[in-house]
Design a protein around this ligand. Structure first.
Ligand code: GTP
Ligand code: MG
Length: 353
């Protein structure tokens, strides 16, 4: 293993001299080369969380219980511009023992199967990466306190469909208000819906949906994401906050994104990953490709093949094959409801929250 850094020069930005002496390198006297070390000895680990430039990485996952360990790692300089986020599969070198006071080094990340992103607003192309490799998104919305807003749910749906992530919906705090009116907005969608109340959280139902998946929990501050995570993952110890009675806003209790292992209670075998995220005020969609939204509505996408080039598929779009099919009664009630949902999601690009 090389203690040259990743630029191939001998600036030892991550190591101090005491470590060098402890780890003599037989190649140290060879001529310098600009070739990067191959890091063929890197271990692959799961990034569980990021805090002030330090990554918590799980190594040895899936092996013997003894092999599994959580380490702290810094990123190699060559990765400066690559965002590394919770859920990434990272290649780690250096001290990977996980012992107190040790620091590994992330030298690369594996190709991601999905990437959930948002932008500050809809015109902003600069994206913030939230989580990598999630295959489900649990959209958490409260029946009240804070008031549910279907537009924000639409935005999450759009972000999920764009990223190829399956959305699920949970309405919390149904002890405070009846969510049925709110839920009507989502009837046309292929969306599993849970409801949750104080003292009556659907832990088993949600748990079943988590097995074998990596599920990111998203939603406004104060809707109860961390409360759910704590109920699902005993010992998670996520802090939960109060909702301000005057503004109806949450207090942004969770400040970082953290991945936790869900283990189904006996006798059901199975596990999955839940990712608790901080509540956000807005969820910009500047980076989203509307074609990805349409593609998620498979049967409607097939009809839309007959649309003129550049068709927006909005309700007011002329010669739109979808609008024509709707007018001809070719879609049926369920199809009409889905078209309405699709058109509302497409319209989120024009609306601001
Ligand atoms: N009445 C009622 N209160 C709930 C329910 N679920 C959560 N709460 C309360 O809502 C408040 C906010 O919950 P959190 O879990 O901190 O919310 P969060 O979504 O994690 O918020 P951020 O971390 O700020 O994004 C806490 O006081 C919870 O006790 C529920 O089903 N019913
Ligand atoms: Mg929280």
């Amino acid at each position: 293993m090389s203690w040259l850094d990743d630029d191939g020069d001998d600036e030892l930005d991550d190591f101090d001299e005491s470590q060098i002496r402890m780890r003599p390198n037989p190649k140290a006297n060879r001529p310098r080369t600009k070739r990067r070390p191959a890091h063929s000895d890197a271990e692959i680990g799961r990034v569980l969380g990021v805090d002030r430039g330090r990554y918590t990485v799980l190594l040895g996952e899936g092996g013997d219980a003894d092999d599994e360990r959580t380490i702290t790692a810094a990123r190699a300089r060559e990765l400066r511009r690559t965002p590394i986020v919770t859920g990434d599969a990272a290649r780690v070198v250096g001290d990977v023992s996980g012992e107190d006071g040790t620091l590994g080094r992330i030298v690369g990340i594996l190709e991601r199967s999905s990437l959930l992103r948002r932008s500050a607003d809809d015109t902003d192309q600069v994206e913030r990466v939230i989580v990598a490799n999630a295959d489900q998104m649990l959209i958490v919305v409260a029946a009240a306190d804070p008031e549910p807003r279907e537009r924000l749910v639409d935005r999450y749906l759009v972000a999920a469909l764009d990223a190829g992530i399956r959305p699920l919906l949970v309405v919390t705090k149904t002890d405070l208000a009846d969510p049925s009116e709110f839920l009507k907005h989502f009837e046309g969608l292929d969306l599993q819906v849970f409801t949750s109340a104080q003292g009556e959280m659907p832990v088993d139902e949600i748990g079943r949906a988590l097995i074998g998946h990596s599920t990111v929990f998203v939603g406004h501050s104060g809707v109860g994401k961390s409360t759910l995570v704590n109920a699902l993952v005993p010992g998670a110890g996520r802090a939960t906050g109060h909702v301000n009675e005057v503004t109806g806003r949450g207090r942004h209790t969770s400040s970082s994104t953290v991945s936790l292992r869900y283990v189904a209670p006996a006798p059901t075998p199975g596990s999955g990953w839940v990712i608790d995220t901080p509540g956000v005020r807005s969820f910009g969609l500047g980076h989203v490709d509307p074609q990805n939204i349409l593609a998620a509505f498979t049967e409607l996408a097939a009809i839309a093949e007959n649309c003129p080039r550049g068709c927006t598929h909005r309700a007011d779009a002329e010669d739109c094959a979808l609008n024509e099919a709707a007018a001809d009664g070719a879609l049926g009630d369920a199809g009409l409801a889905r078209l309405e949902s699709l058109q509302r999601l497409l319209a989120t690009f024009a609306d601001k929250l």
